[in-house]
Write a protein that binds this ligand. Structure first.
Ligand code: HSE
Length: 385
């Protein structure tokens, strides 16, 4: 069976995807028994696509013409953003094409309506690549862990932020130099504010919470603090407790609802999330039956992210993807709309330092009560089996 694909957007991840589809076509056929020919690359600018040596005949700038091609079965949306990308996904679904995307901002914002649109047409939207790049966590949570009530998950899901915090902590680089270095590595969003403000992590946390808990949370309601709240003396204070500060996206099922946040948090070594350095992602999941699980790997980059894209492609073609046709409660249109519990009610544990006090971990007071004492306050994260 031939699953003709069209790529919309041929930047870093698009290039990696084109590279696998064209360069590994024989191996993919051998592993799956199916063909995934790349029939079209739609883009505004073909400089990057041409540099990859793609066959000129597949550079087809007219989206409508490509969508009218019956040989195209799947549209891979890698344009990014929430404007043109939304139109692409809507038009692809209306033209009867399945969609695979890495676009966390798009799905966190419009996931419900796009999934409903796909479901009404018996089509699938694959989004494994949207959360934590190469790490196979979306399908794992949605399908493989279905025997579990997920009690909590926490992740470093933005490589740019982890790279900045690592450099600020270990090489003494200041924030601006560390951000510049991360941008040069090619992992940052087109607008790096989305990374450093925690917004990108909030998009991913909203999607991961859907597949983990079957809840749909408006990402704008997730309490958010970005790297701007971290000072070098905070990193040094954490080090005195043999701990590290990480931008942590966290969701927990607690009495009365779900506590969620994206914020710089203190994690003690040897917790694997504390030890995770550089532009990597790591996620812990607490399952009622499995106990604590830990996933780690490359959360960004051309080939690692393309690996997840091609995995989605093969899964939907094989019919094994937990597609929108199935009634699992984890898909955005089926998940239960939920508001996270108020951040202000959390009673820790907190890592505190400053105002002449040695760093310590406290539990009981609220953040506001501690801040009123002039202390620097961060959540302390130490998952236990
Ligand atoms: N800007 C993101 C990061 C890319 O740095 O992790 C992957 O979503």
């Amino acid at each position: 069976m031939s699953w003709g694909t069209a790529l919309v957007g041929c930047g870093t991840v698009g290039g990696g995807t084109a590279g696998i589809l064209t360069g590994s076509a024989k191996e993919l056929k051998k592993r799956t028994g199916m063909d995934f020919p790349l029939l079209a690359v739609v883009d505004k600018d073909y400089t990057h696509a041409r540099s990859l040596g793609l066959e000129p005949g597949i550079l087809r700038p007219d989206l409508e013409e490509v969508l009218a091609d019956p040989a195209v079965k799947v549209v891979i949306e890698l344009a990014g953003g929430t404007g043109f990308a939304k139109t692409v996904v809507e038009k692809a679904l209306d033209a009867g094409k399945h969609v695979v995307t890495a676009n966390k901002a798009l799905l966190a914002t419009y996931g419900r309506e796009l999934f409903a649109r796909a479901r009404a047409r018996g089509l699938t939207i694959g989004f494994e690549a949207s959360c934590a790049g190469a790490i196979p966590v979306v399908r794992t949570l949605a399908e493989d862990l279905v025997a579990n009530r997920i009690l909590g998950l926490a992740g470093i899901v933005n490589g740019t932020c982890n790279s900045i915090l690592t450099d600020m902590g270990s090489s003494g680089l200041d924030y601006t130099a560390a951000l510049k270095k991360a941008q040069q590595l090619g992992f940052a969003e087109a607008d790096p504010f989305l990374d450093v403000s925690g917004t990108d992590s909030a998009h991913k946390l909203a999607l991961l919470s859907a597949v983990a808990f079957g809840i749909w949370v408006d990402w704008k309601e997730i309490p958010l603090r970005g790297l701007e709240v971290v000072r070098t003396d905070d990193l040094a204070a954490a080090a005195t407790k043999n701990a590290r500060i990480k931008l942590l996206a966290r969701a927990e099922a607690v009495a009365g609802g779900y506590r969620m946040s994206v914020e710089p948090s203190v994690i003690p070594l040897p917790q694997p999330l504390a030890a995770l350095e550089g532009p990597f992602n790591g996620i812990t999941v607490q399952g009622s039956e499995t106990g604590l699980l830990y996933f780690q790997g490359r959360g960004a980059g051309a080939r690692p992210t393309a690996s997840a894209i091609v995995g989605d492609l093969a899964a939907l073609a094989a019919g094994t993807s937990a597609s929108t046709q199935k009634d699992y409660s984890c898909w955005p249109d089926k998940a239960v709309p939920t508001k996270p519990l108020a951040d202000s009610e959390s009673r820790g544990p907190w890592f505190v330092h400053g105002n002449g006090k040695a760093a310590e971990v406290v539990q009981g007071p609220t953040r506001a009560e501690l801040e009123a004492l002039g202390l620097r306050v961060f959540p302390w994260y130490e998952p236990k089996e």
